[in-house]
Design a protein around this ligand. Structure first.
Ligand SMILES: *Cc1c(COP(=O)(O)O)cnc(C)c1O
Length: 369
């Protein structure tokens, strides 16, 4: 039986092998391995791609969040409002700085922050909001920015899953005060190792982040330190690989969108709920998330037929064991809790064949018959 993975990175590699190998060999021979010309070029290219002024390469997407919140002055005693329906790193970055994540329930259709519930959670300790463009669809940024302006809050877009997505014709990364990307291998733009980047239009934030990623080094000189920083740098090899891949990102995202439309069409008459894509946004389907009755049964059925699936996210963050002392109870954020019981990803990647999508959709139909 043919096995279909959730994501096929080997198939992607086969299509770009020559260019990637050339880029990697160039780096090996260059003698520059960390924060060199490839990183600088990638920073400019990703900033341009996102309609932002500055790009700052760092070690991974989690560090990108931590360093940005740190640079924005988030620390002990502060509260940061975010979504409970995201990868753990979003809230972890807040906790890592000694601040407190405050969770707001999500919209049942988009799974993004329900912006109508943010206002009630803002108080004098609130410092920032982190909207997460979950699964590749931009959050309601106009509403978030209006609240932020009214209450002088910092807005950090967690765009780890959404590089290339658009909101009302504007690129993700240009919507908040800063945005973070992850180059973890499975992301839409993934390296062959860890990597991350922050984009912003703010020159002060840019220079602070450039300092923080290298131990808080003073802009003046190497062994003079003006901040307590981190060691979180992007390496030349990853940057060179990512530069090759960035050239394909737009067409890969388009292929994902095309596949998603086919799934949508084929699954229309089944009991599963296909992803809602708002008309004024460009969803890039980092994951194709359906809502299914008897999710475990469907996952088992697909697995028995050689099709990999995964549950995103099985435990909303406010109910994570480590956050017990934040005091949330089951029932506090009912939409996120209901979503976590029903949501799962079907295979979706640019190289996936139309034939396989039809086959998978058929397996879903058969399961519910
Ligand atoms: C992947 C991801 C991160 C973390 O990125 P890493 O590069 O794995 O550290 C943060 N937030 C979201 C929403 C993610 O999907």
């Amino acid at each position: 039986m043919k096995q279909t993975p959730l994501l096929d990175l080997k198939a992607q590699y086969a299509g770009i092998k020559e260019d990637v190998e050339k880029a990697v060999l160039n780096v090996l021979e260059s003698g520059r391995y960390i924060l060199g010309p490839e990183v600088k070029a990638l920073e400019e290219e990703v900033a341009t791609f996102s309609d932002a002024r500055y790009g700052i390469g760092v070690g991974n997407g989690t560090d990108a969040l931590v360093l940005t919140l740190d640079a924005a002055g988030v620390g002990p005693g502060d509260e940061v409002i975010t979504s409970p329906f995201t990868f753990f790193a979003t809230a972890e970055s807040v906790s890592r700085l000694g601040a407190k994540p405050v969770f707001v329930d999500i919209d049942p259709k988009t799974f993004n922050l329900d912006v109508s519930q943010i206002k009630d959670k803002i108080n004098e300790r609130t410092k920032a909001i982190i909207p997460v463009h979950i699964f590749g669809q931009p959050a309601d940024m106009d509403e978030v920015m209006a609240l932020a302006q009214e209450h002088s809050l910092f807005v950090l877009e967690d765009a780890a899953q959404a590089i290339g997505a658009e909101y009302k014709g504007r690129k993700v990364g240009s919507l908040g005060h800063a945005a973070t990307f992850s180059f973890f291998p499975t992301k839409n733009l993934g390296g062959y190792g860890d990597g991350g980047m922050i984009v912003t239009d703010d020159p002060e934030l840019d220079s602070k982040l450039r300092s923080l990623r290298v131990h808080g080094r003073s802009p003046k000189s190497k062994y003079y330190n003006s901040l307590i920083g981190y060691n979180s740098r992007l390496d030349e090899m990853q940057a060179a690989i990512l530069r090759v891949k960035l050239k394909h990102l737009q067409s890969w995202n388009e292929a994902r969108r095309k596949h998603a439309r086919l799934y949508d069409e084929l699954l229309k008459d089944t009991p599963v709920v296909t992803p809602f894509a708002a008309e004024d946004r460009k969803h890039i389907y980092h994951l194709y998330i359906i809502q299914a009755e008897n999710k475990e049964g469907l996952m088992e059925h697909l697995k028995n037929n050689g099709v990999a699936t995964n549950a995103y996210y099985p435990v909303p963050l406010h109910l994570q064991e480590v956050y017990r002392d934040l005091g949330y109870q089951e029932g506090d954020l009912p939409v996120a809790e209901a979503a976590s019981k029903r949501t799962m990803a079907l295979p979706l990647y640019p190289e996936l064949s139309e034939e396989m999508i039809r086959h998978i959709a058929n397996l879903v139909k058969v399961f519910y018959q």
